[in-house]
Design a protein around this ligand. Structure first.
Ligand code: NPW
Ligand code: ADP
Ligand code: K
Length: 573
């Protein structure tokens, strides 16, 4: 089980341009090309093999020329195909071409047919892609994809696969299907959502000796467990079931009762003290025989129960009765999650929309968890529009309904009404099966019931839900035929194995590393004190734990440390 621990900054192209301007004096293209050549060297199947490099008309092409020069110098048989006019290359790329040319390299106009490629490098377009890839560029992309398949060789994309919109993850015409992507300076959202994960392959980050966050605030972040680890508190000893909240799930119209059971079971196994289900179907069973801990009630009785958080929507149907129940649920002051049919009713009923917005005025937390088609209904658009800009759609939902919003699917987006947004990097297409969304709802409401704030509950549940699917697939259960119910136990496992306190902030690393070199335990403690978010009040008494206490779900070198307050920090250094 390897889940991303650290949240990473993501930058849209416009925000990256700010970094570019701030670091204009630094030889970034040289660094990018060299980093690409290093990765290319390790990927090439044969030392000194034939490498095909496609260079485009902008600075992505410049990176390609730098990489080509390095690879030639390392003895590879490099063929560079350049589409465009050398005289129109931007300044840095023109200089990169001249260096390549001076070094004896030459640019071709077409892909040579002879060699058996050991690696193909895509340097056609990066973050400057302006319009759909077409014409000769599209032909080049198609040829590169076909050659990589025919020659069974890796296809390395520079910065992002050409044809992929790095901001949104939307394909824009013919697109390079990379086996590997080396992305420069910082991650881009489009690599992790929509079509991005399919077209990027394995992603490597080359920071080019820059600390992006010191130069410009990120557009978004990936979800890492550090974003919610402060809420992963060890259970205090003197507690009881009442300490962990009462979660409610409302739904289960005729023939859709299973959705509520799935959500309820997930809520139970993610730690809710008690779980109550309100089933709309009058003939619904009075007991879940596989999970007798669940308490089944009529919907009216559920709404009269002292709940800590409520999820509405799984299998709820769209009847008048369901709509009235939803209105009553909106009047409750507890954290309210709307999913599935509750979202469809919200999309069509103005009264519900008013009721949801009124919740924000009262300070009551509302969470919406649509899949793209539900999001399209809520935004009165179509699914393709939502998928074309997933982050934009999630942010629009959050702002329009003044609620926390999750846009599900490959690279789930979590958006807050204040404009913050996050991209999930866990998950698996094995999740594309009925009921997995119900399980996610159950996980979220469980964390809400235990007192987690709305945003952290969403981030954790989305992250753990994806990690659970990965764990199931890794253990041989799927991808084909994984069922929603099978995710629940793995989600519980992932939650219980999550490191409990934030990872250190980047700014603390240099100090911590220096302190370790100086073998100064005191300085190490000071460094870690500032690495701890939020800082721990008892830091002077903090002491180290032996290395054997390394948490089981980490692969990086770990230096575990626990402070006397019981919180633990896991430092990878
Ligand atoms: N940010 C940094 O600090 C660093 C950036 N670096 C690198 O620079 C890359 C960004 O470079 P960039 O801005 O020059 O854009 P890029 O992706 O090469 O494309 C623009 C060119 O393509 C053209 N064009 C666009 N779409 C087209 C289409 N569909 N079909 C045909 N043509 C099309 C467009 O032409 P125009 O639209 O002007 O007609 C223009 O000529 C970045 O991804 C990274 O690799 C690194 O060196 C490290 C430091
Ligand atoms: N290809 C995929 N990659 C990653 N996650 C996926 C993929 N397909 C579906 N999921 C996840 O599975 C869940 C499906 O939810 P939903 O569509 O509401 O299902 P249901 O309504 O049947 O319960 C979401 O959490 C979604 O993010
Ligand atoms: K590229």
């Amino acid at each position: 089980m390897t889940t991303p621990i650290r949240s990473e900054p993501l930058y849209r192209a416009a925000d990256l341009r700010r970094i570019e301007a701030a670091a204009a004096a630094q030889p970034l293209m040289q660094r990018a090309g060299e980093a690409a050549a290093d990765l290319a060297t390790s990927l090439s199947r044969f030392e000194g093999g034939a490498v095909l490099i496609l260079a485009g008309p902008g600075n992505n092409g410049g990176d390609a020329f730098v990489a080509a020069r390095h690879l030639r110098q390392r003895g590879f048989a490099v063929s560079v195909v350049f589409l465009g006019e050398i005289s129109r290359l931007p300044e840095d790329a023109a200089a990169a071409y001249r260096d390549f040319d001076d070094d004896g390299g030459s640019a071709l106009e077409a892909i040579p047919s002879g060699p058996r490629w050991s690696l193909i490098v895509d340097g056609l377009f990066g973050i400057g892609l302006q319009r759909p890839v077409s014409g000769p560029f599209a032909a080049m992309v198609t040829a590169a994809n076909a050659l990589a398949l025919r020659h069974h060789c890796p296809l390395l994309a520079l910065d992002c696969p050409s044809g992929l919109d790095a901001d949104t993850g939307r394909r824009c015409g013919e697109t390079i299907r990379a086996s590997h992507t080396i992305t420069f300076i910082a991650g881009k959202p489009g690599l992790f959502t929509g079509d991005g994960p399919e077209y990027c392959g394995s992603i490597t980050h080359a920071a080019l000796d820059l600390h992006a966050e010191r130069l410009a605030p990120p557009s978004a972040r990936t979800i890492g467990s550090d974003l919610f680890a402060a809420w992963l508190r060890p259970r205090a000893k003197n507690t009881h079931k009442g300490s962990f909240g009462n979660a409610g799930v409302l739904g289960g119209a005729s023939s859709m009762v299973g959705a509520v059971f799935l959500a309820g079971r997930a809520a139970l196994k993610l730690g809710s003290g008690r779980v109550y289900l309100g089933l709309i179907d009058a003939r619904a069973p009075a007991l879940d025989p596989l999970q007798p801990e669940l308490m089944l009630r009529r919907p009216e009785a559920l709404l009269a129960t002292a709940l800590s958080a409520l999820a509405c929507g799984p299998g709820m149907g769209g009847s008048d009765e369901a709509c009235e129940l939803l209105l009553r649920a909106c009047a409750l002051e507890l954290p309210l999650l709307l999913d599935a049919d509750a979202l469809n009713m919200l999309a069509r009923e103005a009264r519900l929309q008013e009721a949801v917005r009124a919740r924000a005025h009262r300070g009551a937390v509302t969470l919406l968890t649509p899949h793209p088609t539900e999001a399209a209904r809520l935004l009165a658009g179509d699914t393709a529009q939502v998928q074309a800009d997933r982050a934009g759609a999630a942010l629009e939902l959050a702002s329009r309904y003044r609620a926390l919003a999750v846009l599900k699917g490959c690279g789930t987006i979590v958006a807050a009404p204040d404009g913050r947004w996050f991209v999930n990097t866990t998950g698996h297409p094995a999740l594309a099966t009925a009921g997995t969304g119900d399980v996610l709802s159950g996980m979220i409401v469980a964390l809400l019931a235990q007192g987690w704030p709305g945003l952290e509950a969403l981030l954790a549940a989305v992250h753990l839900h994806g990690a659970a699917a990965e764990e199931r697939v890794a253990s041989g259960c799927g991808p084909v035929g994984l069922t929603a119910g099978e995710i629940i136990d793995s989600a519980r496992l992932c939650l219980n194995h999550c490191p409990p306190v934030s990872q250190p902030l980047d700014c603390a690393w240099p100090l911590a590393r220096r302190a370790r070199l100086l073998r100064s335990a005191w300085l190490v403690r000071v460094a870690r004190r500032f690495a701890c978010t939020p800082p721990c009040s008892s830091w002077p008494r903090c002491s180290f734990l032996p290395r054997s206490t390394r948490p089981p779900n980490t692969s990086a070198p770990i230096s575990p440390y626990r402070c006397s307050s019981g919180r633990a920090t896991w430092c990878t250094w």
